[in-house]
Design a protein around this ligand. Structure first.
Ligand SMILES: C[S@@+](CC[C@H](N)C(=O)[O-])C[C@H]1O[C@@H](n2cnc3c(N)ncnc32)[C@H](O)[C@@H]1O
Length: 361
């Protein structure tokens, strides 16, 4: 009876939530081994913070973010013991009923890691736990409702942390709907007229540009978006990391989930490309995003703006492309004899292969 009553206010996850949780799952599976499989771990404490944890699962028992994180961490339990790691999972939910459902869901889930649950406002818990984040490797999941929690002050605090990746969810179409309200302008001083003129499907790209503009000049930090359409609304994820390995891994996940542009669960550029039944002329099957990326990278190399192999790779990562996509451009320029140097190509782990490989024109 009690369990049934608790399920009364659960609903099945909608399509957009399923996409969001798929990306969360895929990335956590990539992230966890970086810190939990290392033979000699640099960080003895590893923390996952799920600040907007919800109820744990939906009415059909599909796992929500807390149960997803638990499952991923459980799969590393042997290594956690062997490496004597201190893994802490923090789950926070403000609403009492949901918090109770969450706690209920986590019953019996203990293992060789700590589970901490909280029923607090996100900001106060963030501030309380912030100091501890300076001493550990962290993954922050910020699955807010709406848009207002990831303020510029909070963003600034997150991006200075070492070994910290984050993923946040945001209701991007609100940016257009509410851009001229005073409450909105307090958080996001966007030009309401410009907002009205943005292609609706591209709204999450604008949100990304906003957060990119908050990165101090000279600071190395990587952000990547994933736009999610749910009925007529556009939502999105923003991923952030200060490490090339983090952005490589997230982009791999994004491209796995969107084979054409690595960026959305819908046809974000309205190009109607169908890889199952391609058009007669091959160029019509190439998304304009890829075309623009390849042209711009070529121009930057030939114009002398990008003179090192690694800078070509970093350009690709910052544009939402993978190292292998930069290789396509470099190889093409070599074949066309527009660049002379023999380049040692790599397709993963840029951090392990940092070299001054000049691109000689
Ligand atoms: C989108 S849902 C989270 C879903 C969850 N991550 C999952 O995978 O099932 C957002 C949750 O944040 C909670 N919430 C809203 N404002 C909050 C706040 N200021 N602090 C903590 N939790 C909050 C809501 O009650 C809601 O359950």
């Amino acid at each position: 009876m009690f369990v049934a009553a608790k399920n009364l206010f659960r609903k099945p996850f909608d399509e957009g939530t399923i996409v969001k949780l798929k990306l969360y799952t895929d990335y956590l599976k990539e992230w966890a081994p970086v810190f939990l499989s290392k033979k000699v771990p640099i960080w003895k404490t590893v923390q996952i913070f799920d600040f907007f944890a919800g109820q744990g699962k939906d009415s059909l028992d599909n796992p929500g973010s807390p149960l997803i994180a638990l499952k991923v961490i459980r799969s590393f339990e042997k290594l956690i013991i062997e490496r004597e790691l201190n893994v802490v999972l923090h789950f926070n939910e403000l609403e009492e009923e949901k918090y109770n459902a969450l706690v209920d869901c986590l019953e019996g889930c203990e293992g060789n890691f700590k589970i901490k649950t909280y029923q607090q406002d996100f900001k106060s818990l963030f501030n309380e736990t912030y100091e501890s984040m300076k001493e550990s490797a962290n993954f922050l999941f910020l699955d807010q409702n709406g848009i207002k929690e990831i303020t510029s002050e909070l963003f600034a605090k997150i991006i200075v942390l070492k070994q910290t990746d984050f993923l946040f969810f945001i209701s991007s179409s609100y940016f257009r709907r509410f851009a001229n309200t005073p409450e909105f302008q307090k958080h996001f001083p966007f030009d309401p007229i410009e907002m009205q003129n943005i292609e609706y499907y591209h709204i999450h790209r604008k949100v990304l540009a906003h957060y990119k503009s908050l990165i101090p000049i000279g600071k190395t930090y990587y952000l990547a978006p994933f736009s999610i359409r749910k009925e007529r609304n556009i939502y999105g994820l923003i991923f952030g990391t200060n490490h090339t390995l983090g952005i490589e891994k997230f982009l791999n996940v994004a491209w796995k989930n969107d084979k054409l542009r690595g960026e959305a669960n819908y046809d974000i550029d309205s190009e109607k490309i169908d890889l199952q039944s391609p058009r007669l002329f091959p160029e019509l099957n190439v998304p304009s995003k890829r075309d623009v990326f390849e042209k711009n990278l070529s121009l930057k190399i030939l114009g002398g703006e990008i003179m090192q192999r690694d800078d070509a790779y970093l350009y690709a990562l910052n544009e939402g492309f993978l190292l292998k996509d930069a290789n396509i451009v470099l190889k093409k320029l070599c074949i066309e004899k527009k660049i002379k140097s023999v380049i040692e190509y790599i397709s993963a782990d840029l951090h392990k292969n940092r070299q001054n490989v000049p691109i000689i024109i």
